[in-house]
Design a protein around this ligand. Sequence first.
Ligand code: NDP
Length: 270
Amino acid sequence: MTRYAVIGDPVAHSKSPRIHTLFAEQFTADVQYAAIQVEADGLKSFVDEFFSAGGGGLNVTVPHKESAFALCASTSIQAQLAKAVNTLMLDSNGELFGDNTDGRGIVTDITENHQVAIAGKRVLLVGAGGAARGALPALIEQSPEQIVLVNRTLAKAQTIQNEFADIARVDATSFEALDRKPFDIIINATSLSLHGELPALSPALIAESTCCYDMMYGDSDTVFVSWAKQHGAGVCLDGLGMLVEQAAESFLLWQGKRPETQPVIAALRR
Ligand code: NDP
């Protein structure tokens, strides 16, 4: 039996153990997946001990994604751009490797699960925290016409714009300066939905064909999804699919097989 876990603080609410257990059942893989609370000052020793004891892989969630990145001997290009990892494993030399599968998760959910193309589209990414950074490399790979990055703290959006300048143009802006023209895709990567609050966006940014995506998810519509529906967005999605798809990418890295995600998303919705 191979041991896996998600580490965070807090982590008890995590759906990852359920998701990975459902994935493992598809392959009758003999795995155990736990949610383990790890405090910041114990992160390095926990990771060292977990892998020394034969652990197969770790998912990393808030607040450890950036600190875990710093522990890695090598990382994927996505993790380097995001400066954060959500997946850890040992490489063939027995050294710690980190990847960030959040971006592949959201892009797969939008383009494959919901058949919304990103290529050639105008995308508004709202928020400039870890989730936005994680999503950007995969969004850029889809070749959208434009990516506008809006954030409360403009300096953070501008830093991302500069860091990504070599691979793509990202237009950083403040909420106040945002052009009131509809976008094709609006992604809420702020933590506002957690508190039942909305980013300061004008409904004029929404057209009938707009896809609005909230990275947050819940048992009922998030406040952002409700807002998008109220203003007539054609496709309104929450982040449950992203959660399952990023987990499937982690599973693929660890097990070399990509699980079916649709039945798992359906099970979680129930
Ligand atoms: P961070 O704390 O790194 O970033 C939070 C972002 O929200 C920042 O851009 C911040 O702006 C903005 N923000 C917070 N409060 C306000 C406010 N009052 N007004 C305006 N902007 C605000 O969080 P993460 O990036 O890690 O996570 C963001 C969201 O994405 C969370 O809801 C998380 O649950 C979700 N998520 C979902 C995943 C999934 O698989 N579905 C995966 C990862 C994340 P500022 O820079 O100005 O502080």
